[in-house]
Design a protein around this ligand. Structure first.
Ligand SMILES: [Zn+2]
Length: 312
């Protein structure tokens, strides 16, 4: 899935074959009963059957490659889905729904739904703890949101100065490894500790800034090092949070440069997108698009439950 001239981006039959090969490398799999016995799965042939329809003799059910995924019931051609996955995966600074609308020749509403469903597909099905023995995990927080003075008068809130009124994002980043980020209510030891001990192995060295929120939880780790940003100290030996700051700056460039702003309701999906991009930064574009296509599974309910808007 790398060359834009690839027929999978224009031909529905080829797009379906490509998606089937990605999702079912061992052959079709019934999403209703889990049957994968080729003797008990028949492909609907001829014009009377919907394209890509399979029949399962084990449960008498029928399915296509999109059943049980973020693409289920979508009327958007599969070739456009694949192209959108490729474009979003390959764009280093993110892609807005407006840009996708122009590149795919779809309505804005369709482009918007594609963007959010693809972000959902980028979210990992499960996340193991970061770090481990001999490894370092950096913890850092950052603030997202517009300045009060730039907001419409009616949307300004009194008392929103500095970080007030902004969204707090907390990230754990393993050096030379993955990033897990979270939208949190506040930066306090109480809020952050459960995330830190769940998502980072206590055998790691925890690298933080001088913030009081890290003092207690740091003692649970094999070692904690902190640098005092307030005193202009950014690196001392292996103590620094530069990796986490780099991860934040990549996301900020996209949020402010491409999307301009991100609403609180959709922030978790943008975090999934930027964790995914960070975690696959050494992967080629085509391979990244394949990883997105593999991630479509089992996400439909999650998407539905967080967004009541109708299907596009
Ligand atoms: Zn079945």
């Amino acid at each position: 899935m790398c060359d834009l001239h690839n027929p999978i981006f224009t031909d529905e039959g080829k797009a379906r074959e490509a998606l089937e090969a990605i999702r079912w490398p061992e052959g079709p799999f019934c999403p209703h009963c889990g049957n994968c016995d080729p003797e008990k799965i028949a492909r609907g042939e001829g014009k009377v059957h919907r394209a890509g329809l399979y029949y399962c003799a084990a449960c008498n059910g029928q399915f296509t490659v999109t059943v049980g995924t973020v693409m289920e019931r979508s009327k958007i051609p599969l070739s456009k889905w694949l192209l959108a996955m490729h474009l979003m995966g390959a764009s280093k600074k993110g892609m807005s729904a407006l840009q996708l609308q122009r590149m795919l020749g779809v309505t804005y509403k369709t482009a918007w739904f594609l963007c959010h469903r693809i972000r959902e597909a980028m979210a990992p099905a499960q996340r193991g703890p970061l770090g481990g023995e001999g490894k370092a995990v950096e913890a850092d927080e950052s603030y997202f949101g517009g300045k009060e003075k730039n907001k419409h008068v009616g949307k300004r809130k009194r008392g929103n100065i500095g970080v007030q009124g902004k969204q707090v994002v907390f990230a754990l980043v393993e050096r030379d490894g993955h990033s897990h980020s979270f939208h949190v209510a506040s930066v306090s030891g109480e809020t952050l500790r459960p995330l830190i001990v769940t998502h980072a192995s206590r055998k790691s060295a925890l690298m933080t800034d001088q913030g009081g929120q890290y003092v207690h939880v740091g003692k649970e780790f094999s070692r904690q090092e902190s640098v005092n940003h307030g005193a202009d100290e950014y690196v001392r030996g292996d103590a620094h949070t530069n990796t986490a700051e780099c991860r934040f700056s990549l996301m900020k460039r996209a949020v402010y440069g491409t999307h301009h702003s991100v609403s609180e309701a959709h922030l978790p999906r943008y975090l999934a997108e930027w964790d995914f991009k960070w975690n696959t930064r050494k992967v080629k574009d085509g391979e990244r698009a394949t990883l997105i296509a593999k991630g479509i599974e089992g996400k439909r309910l999650t998407y539905r439950s967080t967004n009541k808007a109708p299907n596009a």
